[in-house]
Design a protein around this ligand. Structure first.
Ligand SMILES: Cc1cc2nc3c(=O)[nH]c(=O)nc-3n(C[C@H](O)[C@H](O)[C@H](O)COP(=O)(O)OP(=O)(O)OC[C@H]3O[C@@H](n4cnc5c(N)ncnc54)[C@H](O)[C@@H]3O)c2cc1C
Length: 433
């Protein structure tokens, strides 16, 4: 009898979690193949919600999905570990040792065999080698960093609240006015409003958030400039200081120096410019990669170098017919995952993987916490439709709803959305510890 084929997926994020679930249900449960998901974390959080984790608006105790229990219920295996290298000759993924908080080794470095590999490890913010960024800024690339920002922010807010005679403001700069930077800036104002409801003597006037963008408008990747204008107006109304056409030259522990020799003082700098795949991904295992370390793939999502290796989501450089690249978006990662699962099934059946990925841009929505939601829907239909307010908010959450339904099925996914809604009503709106 043929040996069961090993399909290994590295990275259980927006894309990886959906492909593992689909293949687990289709192949793993029926013992047609062994599906293994590897992630460096223990649990999955939908990355577009990270800014809410960072301000305490979202409790990961409620929203995180344990990989192990999800794997057991959906026909795949889970291995915790961080991929550091790839041995394509032996078809093995190499994982770093796992250590506890005191540095003691819990598990040694491991090698995991694969027949088919899907790399879905996402992206990190790009520091563009600007001096001082790595040393003095905080990032919003994963749950751990979001939790670090949360405790730094809450500590600062609480310290200021108990020294209310101070006239000084809490100065926070957010560099990069893409969706992450914009949503984070609004969410911080919301967090301060919530804190005042907990009896802390603090209000929005103590907070000075400066959103810095090198481009001439915020949300530069969003096609419709009306969205940028609407969001800029709303941010200014909330009290965010919006600075466009401002380039950072270097960062120190007291603030940022611009290329125009201006100094912007900051108690904390959140860096959210651009994306790149992590540096260890550069030509990993001899796979062709681009300048931002993404694996170069064909429209079938197979690596240009090795047909048994796929890459999906933010860590993949997937060409579009107009010569551009598929943008790093949650919706693209999901679409790629579901299509790649079908291509892998074809390969297992000794057929050619025939599905080619075409990015279907369902729209770009920006949610300014409780203040406003605005965006563009159905961009793939040419131009799209501008939406604002409650409709936009409903559609904004639908991407997450679809993700939950894909992971848990329609019944449980819908129940979970209701449960989360109820939890938001009965629990405090801010997680303080
Ligand atoms: C605040 C914020 C708001 C956003 N809003 C939107 C939005 O509204 N709409 C939208 O379309 N997109 C949005 N995005 C972008 C979206 O989150 C990403 O495009 C999407 O998550 C990419 O999916 P992915 O599967 O490629 O990677 P991810 O979802 O980032 O998952 C990567 C996974 O790989 C794991 N991993 C990383 N390194 C390793 C390693 N070495 N070994 C093992 N595992 C590893 C991580 O733990 C993680 O689980 C937002 C992003 C942020 C940060």
């Amino acid at each position: 009898m043929d040996r069961k084929q090993n399909i290994v997926i590295v990275g259980g994020g927006a894309g990886g979690m959906e492909i593992a679930t689909k293949l687990g249900r289709k192949l793993g449960r029926k013992a047609k193949a062994k599906i293994t998901l590897i992630d460096c974390a223990e649990s999955h959080i939908w990355k577009p919600l990270l800014h809410e984790v960072a301000t305490g608006a979202l409790d990961i105790g409620i929203d995180a999905i344990s990989y192990r229990s999800h794997a057991a219920a959906h026909g795949y295996h889970f291995q915790q570990g961080a991929m550091t290298d790839l041995d394509r000759n032996k078809r093995q993924v190499i994982l770093a040792p796992i250590k506890d908080k005191s540095g003691e080794e819990l598990l040694p470095a491991r090698r995991i065999d694969y027949d088919y590999l899907v790399i879905a490890i996402g992206s990190i913010a790009n520091d563009f080698n600007i001096p001082g960024v790595r040393e003095h800024c905080v990032f919003l690339d994963n749950t751990e960093q979001a939790m670090q920002i949360r405790s730094m922010l809450l500590n600062k807010f609480m310290r200021y609240a108990s020294h209310h005679q101070l006239n000084d403001k809490i100065k926070i700069s957010v560099v990069g006015a893409g969706a992450t930077g914009v949503e984070m800036s609004a969410e911080m104002h919301h967090a301060v409003e919530q804190l005042s409801g907990f009896g802390y003597k603090i209000d929005s006037s103590l907070l000075e958030v400066t959103l810095i963008e090198a481009d001439s408008r915020i949300l530069p990747k969003v096609e419709k400039s009306e969205i940028s204008e609407s969001v800029t107006r709303e941010l200014k109304q909330i009290g965010v200081n919006v600075r466009t056409s401002t380039r950072i030259d270097n960062v120190t522990d007291s603030g940022l120096h611009t290329t125009d020799d201006e100094f912007i003082a900051a108690d904390m700098v959140i860096w959210s410019t651009g994306v790149k795949a992590p540096d260890f991904m550069k030509n990993i295992g001899g796979l062709a990669s681009n300048a931002i370390n993404q694996v170069m793939v064909k429209p079938t999502m197979q690596s240009l170098t090795d047909t048994h290796v796929f890459a999906i989501g933010d860590c993949a450089a997937c060409p579009q017919t107009d010569g551009s690249w598929v943008p790093p978006r949650g919706q693209a990662a999901r679409q790629m995952a579901l299509m790649t699962a079908d291509n892998i099934c074809l390969m297992l059946a000794q057929k050619t993987p025939q599905h080619e990925y075409v990015y279907k841009d369902l729209g770009s929505l920006v949610n300014l916490s409780k203040f406003h939601t605005v965006g563009n829907l159905m961009s793939f239909m040419g131009g799209g439709v501008l939406v604002e307010g409650k409709i936009a908010r409903f559609v904004y959450t639908s991407l997450y709803r679809r993700h939950l339904i894909e992971l848990h099925g329609v019944f449980k996914g819908t129940l979970l959305m209701f449960a989360k809604g109820i939890s938001r009503i009965i629990h405090p709106h801010l997680k303080l510890h």
